[in-house]
Design a protein. Structure first.
Length: 320
């Protein structure tokens, strides 16, 4: 069996919980994995640096205990997101810990490097790389990525503008390996639709922000419950990279969502925007267009259970 098959075969429901800056921490990751979906967090969420090893030990230990107690319902694997960009001065440190603790899945963003992929492959881990168009996909595969995450229009945070239909078709014309789709997926019907288009898994972020285990302000969670697609603003102001954010948080920062200046991409930052005192992710809340389907704050387990019911119902309706 391939390395990729070994890592992903433990996923009981075809979903990866997207690594959410600030929001994704061990409580959420553990709840996601126990519910049968991949739980993921950005390495940069663990601050200061020594906290990352504490998190990795805790996640590994608690998931091993869960598996021992639930042999028929073992946890899905977890993933750590690494920002592969020159602005990330922690990359080498964080990567070394992923290797030391043999993180099952590493998700790379904003850059593809062959040496990183080789380091993960050396212990049997796999690398998924997120892309917004086919050129990025080709480069990632050339560098040795095992799978891709197609970040299509409507995804939360840093997202592209390409239709998921177009992006998936272009990728599948050249690549038959593991493929997840991100972009306004917040129901089980959407997960099934992603598979119908050619993806293997749905990649869900915003819906998991509105869960009890998420490390997010209650106002953030409620804004997602109250919001709709029209409440999402696409801009590069806050980090230098275009992304989708909640209109309510932009207004709260004293800015006009309809008249935002353009940021200098060379000033890319993952903590604060170059043109605004408001901090991206902390004050300016990332969010995707699929939030109209989120009606209440729930536990991560309850969310996955809802997704499963909707998925099964949609599949049954198609086969009827």
């Amino acid at each position: 069996m391939s390395v990729v098959g070994t890592a992903l075969e433990r996923v009981r429901f075809p979903v990866i919980g997207a690594p959410l800056f600030i929001v994704s921490q061990p409580d959420l990751v553990l709840a996601q994995c126990k519910a049968g979906v991949v739980g993921a967090f950005p390495a940069l969420n663990a601050r200061p640096e020594p906290v990352l090893e504490e998190w990795l030990v805790r996640i590994r230990t608690e998931l091993a205990a869960w598996d021992a107690e639930h042999p028929g319902e073992k946890a899905a694997p977890y993933a750590v997101n690494q920002i592969v960009h020159r602005s990330n001065d922690r990359l080498e440190h964080d990567l070394s810990l992923c290797v030391k603790h043999q993180v099952p899945i590493v998700i790379t963003s904003l850059g593809a490097r062959e040496d990183i992929n080789k380091a993960i492959h050396a212990y049997g881990g796999i690398v998924l790389h997120d892309v917004i168009h086919i050129a990025h996909a080709r480069k990632a595969l050339e560098k040795g990525a095992d799978g891709l995450i197609a970040v299509a229009a409507g995804a939360g945070g840093h997202a592209g503008t390409t239709s998921p239909f177009a992006l998936i078709e272009e990728i599948r014309a050249e690549f038959s390996g593991p493929l997840a789709l991100a972009g306004a997926i917040s129901t089980g019907r959407s997960v099934l639709a992603a598979q119908a288009m050619g993806a293997d898994l749905g990649y869900i972020g915003s819906a998991f922000i509105a869960t009890r285990e998420a490390h997010a302000r209650e106002a953030y969670k409620q804004a997602i419950v109250d919001g709709h697609a029209a409440d999402i603003v696409y801009t590069n102001l806050f980090t230098g990279v275009h992304g989708n954010y909640l209109r309510a948080s932009i207004l709260a920062a004293g800015l006009d969502p309809e008249n935002l200046p353009v940021s200098d991409p060379s000033k890319m930052s993952f903590g604060s925007g170059g043109s605004s005192a408001a901090k991206a992710w902390k004050d300016i809340w990332g969010c995707g267009q699929g939030i109209g389907a989120i009606e209440a704050v729930s536990t991560a387990g309850e969310l996955v259970a809802r997704l499963r019911r909707e998925y099964d119902a949609a599949k049954k309706a198609l086969l009827a």
